[in-house]
Each structure stands twice: as C-alpha cells, then as structure tokens.
Design a binder for this molecule. Structure first.
Ligand code: SF4
Length: 243
C-alpha cells in the first residue's frame, strides 16, 4: 500500500493530468482492485464513459438504499445497456421494513445520520474491504465540504483493521458545465430528474428541488444540519447502536 508521502507526491503529479490519464494510472497500479463507485450523478457517468472509451474495465458499483427514486433505479438498467458492462448493487443488511421495526418508522426524519450509516456507510465499508482503490466522482466545485479534496487521497475506512485504501477523485477539477457538456456531447443517459430541477439526487425522502443558483448539493436533507451522507466524511469509529 502507498505511504502518505507517496500519496502526496502522486496527488501533485496526477492532479495535473487529464482524467483519462488518472484512470489509466489506477488501472495499471491496481487493476480490478480499483472500482468506480457511483450514484449516477453526472461526474460518475463521465468516468464510466472514459473508462469504457480507454478500455479500462474497472468494476463499477452503486449503493441501493431501498429508498431511491424509480428514475434512478431505471437509469441503472439504461446505463448497463449503454455501456455494456454490469453495475454491482450494494444493499444494506436491513430492509427498510426491518429498519423500521428496530428504529421506528421513517428514521430519516429523526436521525438521518444513523439512517445513512445503516443504508450507505456500512454496505460501502464492506465493499471497500475487497478493494485497494475507491474511485469517486467528487468535484471541488460541488460544495464547501468538497472544495479541498485531493485527486489522490488515503482513506481510513476501517479502524478495526487499520487498513487504508487509496481514494481517487479523478473528476476533482471538473466544473458542472464541463460535466454536462460532456454528457450531452456523448449522448450519455442521465437521470431525468435533473431536467425537473433536481440538483443532486439521492434517496427520495431526503432529496428536494433546489433553486437553480443553489450549490450543487442543495436539496439534500433539507431541514437538517447535514450536507453529506457520511460515506465521504464519516465512517463510524465504533458502532454504538444496534442494527
Ligand atoms: S439519504 Fe435519507 S433515506 Fe437515504 S440513507 Fe440517508 S437518511 Fe436514509
């Protein structure tokens, strides 16, 4: 595994490279132990297209919380047809009904951090155990919480094992306009909810319409002091709740 000093050096050198070049480096370094994780926002779609175009057969996975919009579920099938590769679906251990039995109904209305941990963070952590490099579609322009991300980072996802993996953000420098110009130019299927004014699309109960000039993560967890689901900012050091 890479040392922190090596990661810093790679971040400086790869950070100036085109996205396709960054993806090529990941494939040569990690092969199929590097995987693209996507919730089908624009940047993830661009990366899938670049990977296909450059014959970099990364595994691709997505998280299905059981609370996604039907449009998002349908988009996954359209993308598998368009790209002609499978997209693995990660699911939580608990169904929505089982979660309601244990924690009460509509946990997202009372404790969205716990809900996100059960439905997103823990399934992701299980997946990362099988990887050496997690490739994300994070962009610096998306929000204040993402403004300082590196292109190459170390990610301490599992305190129990102490194992870090490389987190690669090859889209870090892309603007929203660049992403959408690319999608249109290559006629890549995207979530039709964007055409109805949704900026960032997550679970149905926690995604609302936002003003066109709002930041790109606007409309998520409205009414809560929460702007990230936790997969990029919070992996629980120890589980102090029952799931
Ligand atoms: S986004 Fe909302 S519904 Fe989805 S896992 Fe997080 S709190 Fe639960």
């Amino acid at each position: 595994m890479l040392t922190p000093a090596e990661v810093r050096g790679l971040d400086q050198s790869l950070g100036r490279q085109p996205t396709a070049q960054i993806l090529r480096w990941a494939w040569e370094r990690f092969g199929p132990r590097a995987a693209i994780g996507t919730s089908f926002q624009g940047a993830g779609l661009v990366m899938m297209h670049l990977a296909k175009l450059n014959r970099l057969p990364f595994p691709v996975f997505t998280l299905d919380t059981g609370l996604l919009f039907p449009e998002t579920v349908a988009l996954k099938r359209r993308l598998e047809e368009f790209f002609e590769f499978p997209i693995e679906t990660l699911e939580p251990d608990l169904t929505v009904a089982e979660q309601a039995d244990i924690h009460g109904p509509e946990l997202w209305t009372r404790n969205p951090d716990l809900c996100c941990t059960i439905r997103k963070v823990l399934p992701l952590r299980d997946k990362l155990c099988d990887l050496d490099c997690w490739i994300t579609g994070l962009r610096r322009q998306q929000s204040a919480t993402r403004a300082d991300i590196g292109v190459v980072e170390l990610y301490a996802f599992d305190e129990a094992s102490g194992r870090d993996i490389v987190k690669l953000n090859p889209m870090a420098q892309w603007t929203r306009d660049e992403v959408w110009n690319y999608l249109r130019q290559h006629r890549i299927p995207y979530n039709p909810l964007h055409d109805r004014g949704y900026r960032s699309i997550g679970c149905q109960p926690c995604t609302t319409l936002a003003a066109p000039d709002a930041n790109e993560r606007a409309g998520r967890w409205t009414g809560f002091n929460k702007v990230e689901c936790g997969i990029h900012t919070f992996l629980p050091k120890k589980l102090d709740f029952q799931i």
